[in-house]
Design a protein around this ligand. Structure first.
Ligand code: PLP
Length: 405
């Protein structure tokens, strides 16, 4: 079949594929544990649910403006003032169907085919394919010092005449690393000096631990007017546990936001009004759910890290935020795809291979589920991988017998 070159260059989203696999196994009644998830298990805020229902009850659900309804823009403006001490105008804001679409239309608005986009590795699985969708070139920057914390040199070393954009995601999916304030300052200053676009993917910025405070990239920017080339991304998916509502946003200069709205207008039109109203409810409503989610995740992280630390052969860096940890399993198996397959086949634990995030030998493990799942999941993995494990393991009344070395 003669599919386009772009279609042929794109892989399915590995995390969405895993969710499908999980649903199939669960449906079959298998005792599968999902440590590959990308969404909190808490409920959406009541204010969000009520706002959506109230709008449905009007019986009039119509098209929304391509760049978002005024009430959501106002809520985003207030959010930007609260967390970024920056007053923006409605023309500087676009609401999209998830942070994913906001990033995609931003890239479409600024990148030409063959131009390059740099982002630290390990990276969120979608960045490379988003670049490829435009015919642009993804340029991952793996920190040279072997940590998950890039230095400015890791970025600047990869800048060439085709570089147009840098994407920074901190705290980071998949490592949970929150980059230092100094690094963010250096990136902002460097991008301004070189006249590069800077996409700050702040989707996890409030889900941080150990008393850390969210970092405000604008603090280090000199261009704070309509010449600013920072595009700030955020959304309700993670912090409000509203992944299925599909509302994210971008804040940027008037021209780029207008271009993004034009593109989005032809792609999907504005996001559903019902879901935008729900996002307004979440942003303007009672905020205690965000802190309680953050505290739960911090506790879950502590449990997962202490279990992994007692796992001989696994090396792990304590995440500073998000709900992911990226652990080095290469002592057991260097091919992370093989290892992930092995774990699902032998002990029904779902993990995401590090290769998908640009670093083989690692697995991404999520701690957004229950403590019980975290404990049992890691226990099963340990049983499967540790050659000194007893020969048998019971999962409920199922007996598993080791038939591998
Ligand atoms: C780093 C990062 N950016 C953006 C997104 C997309 O979020 P949304 O659900 O708002 O599209 C995700 C989702 O997993 C993510 O991990």
């Amino acid at each position: 079949m003669s599919l386009s070159l772009i279609a042929k260059s794109i892989k399915p989203s590995p995390t969405l594929k895993l969710n499908e696999k999980f649903a199939i196994l669960k449906e079959k009644g298998d005792p599968v544990i999902h440590l590959g998830g990308g969404e909190p298990k808490s409920k959406a805020p009541m204010d969000a649910m009520l706002a959506a229902i109230a709008h449905i009850n009007t019986g009039e659900v119509r098209y929304a403006p391509a760049d978002g309804i005024p009430a959501l823009k106002q809520a985003i403006i207030r959010y930007t003032e609260e967390f970024y001490e920056r007053k923006v105008r409605p023309e500087n804001v676009i609401a999209s169907s998830g942070a994913k679409q906001a990033i995609m239309v931003a890239l479409q608005a600024i990148l030409n085919p063959q131009e390059e986009v740099i982002f630290p590795a390990p990276y969120w699985v979608s960045y490379p394919d988003m670049a490829r969708l435009i015919g642009a070139i993804p340029v991952p920057a793996l920190p040279e010092d072997g940590t998950f914390y890039p230095s400015i040199k890791d970025i600047t070393d990869r800048v060439g005449s085709y570089t147009k954009v840098v994407i920074i995601n901190s705290p980071n999916n998949p490592t949970g690393a929150m980059y230092s304030e100094d690094f963010i300052a250096e990136v902002v200053e460097f991008c301004e000096k070189k006249d590069l676009w800077l996409i700050m993917d702040d989707i996890y910025h409030r889900l941080i631990f150990d008393g850390r405070k969210p970092i405000n990239c604008y603090k280090y920017a000199k261009k704070l007017d309509e010449n600013s080339k920072i595009i700030l991304i955020n959304g309700v998916s993670k912090q409000y546990a509203m992944t299925g509502y599909r509302i994210g946003w971008a804040v940027g200069n008037k021209k780029v936001i207008e271009a993004m709205a034009n593109i989005q207008g032809h792609q999907t039109s504005g996001p559903s009004v019902i879901l935008q109203k729900a996002a307004v409810g979440a942003l303007n409503g009672i905020q205690s759910g965000v802190e309680s989610l953050r505290a739960t995740l911090e506790n879950n992280r502590n449990v997962m890290i202490s279990l992994l630390n007692s796992f001989e052969g696994v090396r792990v860096t304590k995440p500073d935020g998000t709900f992911y940890c990226f652990a080095d399993f290469s002592a057991y198996e260097k091919d992370s795809n093989k290892l992930s397959e092995f774990l699902i086949d032998k002990v029904q634990v779902l993990t995401v291979p590090g290769k998908e995030f640009g670093l083989d030998g690692y697995l991404r493990l999520s701690y957004c589920g229950s403590i019980k799942d975290i404990q049992e999941g890691i226990e099963r993995m340990k049983w499967a991988l540790d050659p000194n494990s007893p020969n048998e393991l019971y999962i409920g009344d199922r007996k598993l017998v080791r038939d591998w070395a």
